[in-house]
Design a protein around this ligand. Structure first.
Ligand SMILES: Nc1ncnc2c1ncn2[C@@H]1O[C@H](COP(=O)(O)OP(=O)(O)O)[C@@H](O)[C@H]1O
Ligand SMILES: [Mg+2]
Length: 501
């Protein structure tokens, strides 16, 4: 190609000069070239024949530029005209460019068509199908899985198991399995409509509060059946609430989060806990009053929380009363034992700031935080909660909802006065060993209408001259079910607090 430009203007662009220049390397050839050049300057009669014959044996190469025409257009139409012309000559008359352009066009149109089909199908999808996404953070997520596990008309081949495992103090354990739909796709027929259910783990994302991967369940159904989502969720919710209706959910700490401990327990009737006269009523009234005064607290900018301390000897009904109170108020209960081995200040703080809705917080054995130095349990572990950690956690609870904290201890004398400050503990009450009043009430609760024997029992108990806990009384009465006389006869056993019947 260069040779075209090198050989100047005019008809030098003749095929002969191309073929000759490519072979010219020696002097004789040079002379020959010159002669050829000479011949070309005077237009030979056979010029056209040469070019036609040469094009027949030279493979179809790059197109030839007609410089005459180019320079002509340049003078006639200016630079743009020349450029246009050049483009036409280079691109359109070039078989490679032409083929490439064709392919490009084909590719573009195919891509467009594909996009079109995709758009159309997603349009159809949007018009005809509806998705409902339930993320694992949502409350209805567990309800839905539970509902699915009990729904008959489904075809799921991947199940996953959710085990509730409870290790009891005596070493025995109770385990219940519930088979819920596992990750993957499931098809169900609900009220005559098909629904595709897709349970997905969203890979790398972790729910920081529980350490479990985030999941979503997506329900897909026909657009016309979309109202069924509402029905389905309502059904799932009703089912879940029925299971815990009239019951108290007990939460215990599980790492950094609260988890229901076993199945919801039947509410304990507040009447079944017998405290000395007036104590129960006093506490219940105080809590109710507190629950009513949210506005008052917010208007004054005071944290909406109240702390209660129940102290007294073991087995006097502190824990039982708080559980019964939760049932009475229709609250759940979160129990945390401060003497628990691996509880740290951080965990305590986190847990206290993430209490499930409508729950009482029960901190058992708070004295455990005050006797750090000598507090090691049988396995040699030290409780990690420190005094200041407990105070900070109590002060730091910043919930937009009410926070009711109950604390219990058997050793009020060990408590540092700092915790008794209002705002940490606002209400204190001694729950003591059984008073004569309590002994009588307990007796009558177990042996209805036996008031004569009850008085006799109270008198005999006083003669024993020892403190008797309500837990001891319960032990004696349970052993002598339906036999008040036998209970009377065995009253001596109350002398030993840990008597085994
Ligand atoms: N005042 C009480 N009224 C009814 N039952 C009681 C009472 N005190 C203790 N009990 C029974 O004794 C057992 C232990 O009571 P608990 O509430 O755990 O005592 P505490 O927490 O004060 O150590 C429970 O089974 C409970 O039913
Ligand atoms: Mg207790």
């Amino acid at each position: 190609m260069l040779s075209f430009f090198g050989s100047g203007s005019g008809s030098a662009a003749s095929p002969t000069s191309v073929s000759s220049s490519s072979s010219s390397s020696s002097t004789p050839d040079l002379q020959q070239t010159e002669s050829v050049n000479e011949t070309t300057t005077t237009p030979p009669p056979s010029s056209s024949t040469i070019s036609s014959s040469s094009s027949s044996h030279i493979p179809p190469g790059p197109p030839k530029l007609d410089f005459e025409q180019l320079s002509q257009t340049h003078s006639e139409q200016g630079i743009s005209g020349a450029a246009n012309n050049l483009f036409n000559q280079v691109v359109l008359s070039n078989p490679y460019f032409a083929a490439g352009g064709g392919l490009m066009l084909l590719g573009t149109s195919l891509a467009l068509a594909r996009q079109g089909i995709q758009r159309a199908s997603s349009f159809v999808y949007r018009q005809m199908l509806v998705d409902l996404e339930i993320p694992s953070k949502d409350k209805s997520y567990m309800w839905f899985l539970e509902w699915m596990s009990q729904y008959k008309q489904r075809s799921s081949r991947h199940l996953s198991v959710e085990t509730s495992f409870v290790q009891h103090d005596n070493g025995a354990s109770t385990t219940t399995f519930s088979l819920v739909p596992g990750p993957g796709k499931h098809l169900i027929k609900y009220k005559g409509a098909y629904m595709l259910i897709n349970r997905e783990r969203s890979g790398k994302l972790l729910d920081m509060t529980s350490g479990t991967p985030f999941e979503t369940v997506t329900l897909t159904t026909l657009y016309r059946d979309r109202a069924l989502f509402q029905d389905l969720l309502t059904e799932a919710k009703t089912m879940a609430l029925k299971a815990s209706e009239g019951k108290t959910v007990i939460y215990t700490s599980w790492g950094p989060e609260w988890r229901p401990f076993g199945q919801p327990k039947k509410k304990r009737m507040i009447d079944s806990v017998i405290l000395d006269s007036g104590i129960k009523e006093g506490i219940v009234d105080d809590v109710r009053g507190f629950l009513k005064s949210g506005k008052w607290y917010f208007e004054r900018g005071i944290p909406y929380r109240r702390g209660y301390l129940l102290y007294g000897p073991p087995g006097s009904g502190k824990t039982s009363f708080i559980q019964a109170l939760a049932g009475e108020l229709d609250y759940n209960i979160c129990i945390l034992n401060l003497s628990e081995a691996n509880l740290t200040d951080d965990r305590l703080n986190h847990l206290m700031n993430h209490i499930p809705q409508r729950s009482l917080l029960l901190l058992e054995d708070i004295d455990a935080a005050f006797n750090q130095r000598d507090q090691t349990d049988s396995s040699g572990y030290k409780s990690g909660v420190t005094f200041s950690g407990l105070l900070n956690a109590l002060d730091g609870v910043a919930s937009s909802e009410e926070t009711i904290t109950f604390m219990t201890t058997n050793h009020p004398e060990k408590l540092d006065p700092a915790i008794l400050r209002p705002g940490r503990i606002d209400y204190r009450m001694l729950i003591d060993n059984a008073s004569p009043y309590q002994i009588k009430e307990m007796f009558l609760r177990f042996y209805e209408g036996e008031s004569e024997k009850a008085d006799e029992f109270v008198a005999k108990a006083a003669e024993l001259g020892v403190a008797i806990s309500t837990a001891q009384l319960q032990g004696l009465f349970v052993y002598n079910k339906n036999d008040p006389q036998a209970a009377l006869d065995m009253i001596e056993t109350l002398k030993t607090p840990n008597h085994v019947f």
